[in-house]
Design a protein around this ligand. Structure first.
Ligand SMILES: [Cu+2]
Length: 344
């Protein structure tokens, strides 16, 4: 093959292959890519926290291994092709002949692809919804946040899903507008949320902790900022959480000025605060907002300062989101923040 190359190209390729520096390119690239796997493990498929996610991670490693082996084999053959001197005049049969083509080109890919197919089917079967389910949670995708309902417990929340550890939790997935996809990489695979259609899925967490989830289907401007948290609690703590959520208390008197602002400023048209006249369903339920990890579906930490910034102008934080900016006097904003962050 090298005989038929124009001499300049031959010299160029030879120089690149000999130059050590060329290895720096893939090495640096791999370092960057692998670097992305480490660091914050809160949303990593490669750090599974459930049996189902462990099976998916296993399949990932099997595929990664198989593809790496095939890639290396092809590269070795390529280098052989480049460097090997042709036998005789270059008119004889190519390396290995017909047998090489049948074995390397037909038999080997068939065996490898069949093996990977069997491994994927096995994983798919292992991911089926377990028979025994303890809890049903309904999750509804909105642009760009998550509505979370516990129909049997009569609890509604948003952008955060509390579950007990050690048991499979059945998920009923819906969408209020466009197609979204529910994905908590450490707990299970993805499942689409389709308007007018209900999908059933499940997650489980072995250990208590916070697991970050992310919309996995492009759904418009703020798709990338449509995240949420699964909070896995030990069973007793989960029962306590349910009991607490089922008994909403009216806001203490000190917070009533803030409640007043909430009712006057139009917030109640889009948001619900249980136990009050606010029953809007355009935006997230704000009943126990103070206890949540984040605001704006995982976008900013839930602190009074960030909350004030969000209410004042959420468009600066999450441009294009469906909450209009508000025009409140500083003391009104202050009272509103205190009211929303208050334990209820
Ligand atoms: Cu989405």
């Amino acid at each position: 093959m090298t005989e038929t190359m124009p001499p300049s190209l031959k010299r160029g390729v030879g120089r690149i292959l000999r130059a050590r520096g060329v290895w720096a390119v893939p090495a640096l690239g791999a370092a960057f890519l692998l670097g992305g796997c480490e660091g914050d493990r809160i949303q990593s498929t490669l750090h599974p926290a459930s049996e189902a996610a462990a099976k998916i991670a296993w399949l990932w490693w099997v595929m990664c291994g198989a593809f790496t082996a095939v890639f290396l084999l092809v590269m070795v053959l390529l280098l052989l092709g480049v460097y090997r001197r042709p036998s005789g005049e270059g008119t004889g049969p190519p390396l290995g002949g017909t047998r090489f083509v049948i074995l390397g080109g037909i038999a080997m890919p068939t065996v490898i692809l069949l093996g990977l197919l069997i491994a994927s089917l096995e994983t798919t079967v292992a991911l089926r919804l377990p028979e025994k389910q303890t809890l049903t949670v309904e999750v509804i995708g909105h642009r760009w946040w998550w509505e979370v309902r516990y129909p049997d417990q009569n609890i509604v929340t948003a952008n955060e899903i509390q579950i007990p550890t050690g048991v499979p939790v059945r998920l009923v997935l819906k969408s209020a507008d466009v197609i979204h996809s529910f994905w908590v990489p450490r707990l299970n695979g993805k499942m689409d949320m389709i308007p007018g259609h209900t999908n059933t899925f499940w997650i489980a967490a072995e250990k208590p902790g916070e697991y970050r989830g992310q919309c996995a289907e492009y759904c418009g401007l703020q798709h990338a900022k449509m995240a949420f948290y699964v909070v896995a609690l030990p069973p007793e703590a989960f029962r306590a959480w349910v009991a607490e959520r089922q008994t909403p208390r009216p806001a203490p008197e000190a917070f009533l000025p803030g409640q007043e602002v909430f009712m006057q400023a139009g917030c109640k048209n889009c948001h619900t605060v249980r136990g009050t006249a606010a029953v809007g369903r355009v935006g997230p339920d704000l009943t126990h907002l103070g206890s949540r990890i984040s605001l704006g579906a995982g976008e900013i930490p839930n602190t009074p300062g960030h909350l004030g910034g969000w209410i004042g102008n959420s468009q600066r934080i999450k441009p294009g989101n469906l909450m209009p900016r508000s025009f409140l006097a500083p003391e009104e904003l202050h009272a509103l923040v205190r009211y929303l962050e208050a334990p209820k």
